[in-house]
Design a protein around this ligand. Structure first.
Ligand SMILES: [Zn+2]
Length: 383
């Protein structure tokens, strides 16, 4: 009797288990359903299971499932959560996967529940006695919101292995670098008053004018100093994304908030840039009598790069026949790197389908992914 259901059945079951994560509490859900389903199948493959609950969060946890033991080894990692969905855009229930002749449609099919089915399928015929090093499936919480799951792994110092694959949808093209990201909100708080007499108030909107000038000049500086031709957009970017303040032309604006992001290249320290930006902004509004409040909307994901010469990069290139490249999107890869693993991002499905209504994975993407993952396991765990 087979130890696992058919791969498409596994994907359908995972899609049916809601695991939306969001910084907006109205949409946020736990991921325990997905974790327990993956755990059940991993258990059927005789993997050893460790559950890591997220402190202070209900029904959110990481799963670490290990087969074999020894030094080195390979981690196959994915996030168990999905983004929220836009109901109006979907032509079907996002949690009720539909199987057509060429695809499975459902929330999280591409990003990235299918990868768990692929990884489990790849391990289903491994003879554990032949393993010289462990193969470890990791399923994380909150990748789409706070990266809390990946951060918890780093804090706990697990898992330990030499190599890692993050199975995000890369159309099975190995990705060895991506940019980082920080997202910030800065709020200036002054004092309202009648516009006829500026001395009655302190204008937050005028203060924000200085803040924007400082941010744009910092951006120019970054673009001048940093460049990496491996990226489609070869420089760091900063986007001023939203601004809100004031209420009427004849009232001194008391509060103004600006939200922006910064996407640094590999080698740039995100937290150091965050600190520098905050210092410059504070200095720019000095003397205006405005209070400055900061909110890190996103804790900050480091950029990620694994050298072209790394064994995992070469192996993935050879097995897929594809040139390793860079990605525009962020992943949990920098956390795996921090844990000491040489890491690539490589998985079935197309990122263009991620975070979209009617998200799908093509059926013909699955078998090649199983083959590549299985070969990587053989190479790194059962040489
Ligand atoms: Zn993803």
């Amino acid at each position: 009797m087979p130890r696992l259901p058919e791969i498409s059945e596994m994907i359908t079951k995972l899609v049916a288990l809601p695991s939306v994560s969001s910084v907006d509490a109205r949409f946020d859900q736990g991921n325990a359903g997905v974790i327990e389903q993956v755990a059940e199948w991993a258990d059927a493959l005789s993997m050893r299971l460790t559950r890591m609950p997220m402190p202070g969060a209900k029904d959110k946890l990481n799963l670490i499932a290990t087969l074999g033991e020894g030094e080195g080894g390979l981690v196959l990692s994915g996030h168990a959560d999905t983004v929220p969905f836009d109901e109006a855009g979907w032509q079907q229930d996002p949690f009720k996967a539909t199987l057509t002749s060429d695809r499975i449609v459902g929330l999280g099919t591409a990003d990235m529940k299918s990868f768990f089915a692929v990884a489990l399928q790849a391990l289903s015929d491994i003879d554990v006695k032949k393993l010289k090093a462990p193969v470890i499936i990791v399923a994380t919480a909150d990748e789409e919101s706070s990266m809390a799951g990946a951060r918890a792994l780093v804090k706990a110092g697990v898992p330990r292995a030499r190599h890692a694959v993050i199975g995000e949808p890369t159309s099975l093209i190995p990705v060895r670098m991506h940019k980082g990201a920080i997202m910030e909100a800065v709020k200036l708080i002054g004092q309202s008053g009648h516009s006829s007499d500026p001395s009655l108030g302190r204008n937050a909107l005028e203060g924000m004018h200085r803040v924007i000038a400082v941010l744009l000049s910092y951006r120019d500086e970054l673009v001048r100093l940093h460049r990496n031709e491996n990226f489609v957009v070869p420089t760091p970017t900063m986007n001023l994304g939203a601004i809100h303040g004031g209420d009427s032309p004849n009232r001194i604006c008391a509060e103004c908030e600006l939200r922006f992001d910064l996407r640094p290249l590999p080698g740039m320290d995100v937290q150091a840039h965050r600190k520098e930006i905050r210092a410059r902004v504070t200095q720019a509004v000095d003397g205006l009598g405005l209070k400055v409040e900061w909110k890190a909307e996103h804790g900050g994901t480091p950029a990620f790069e694994t050298p072209e010469s790394a064994e995992i990069v070469r192996a993935a290139a050879e097995l897929t026949g594809a040139e390793p490249t860079s990605a525009m999107f962020g992943t949990e890869a920098p956390y795996m790197t921090e844990l000491g693993m040489q890491t690539i991002v490589l998985g079935p499905g197309d990122i263009a389908q991620a975070h979209q209504p009617n998200e799908y994975i093509r059926l013909d993407a699955l078998a090649p992914a199983v083959r590549v993952i299985r070969s990587l396991v053989h190479r790194f765990c059962a040489p």
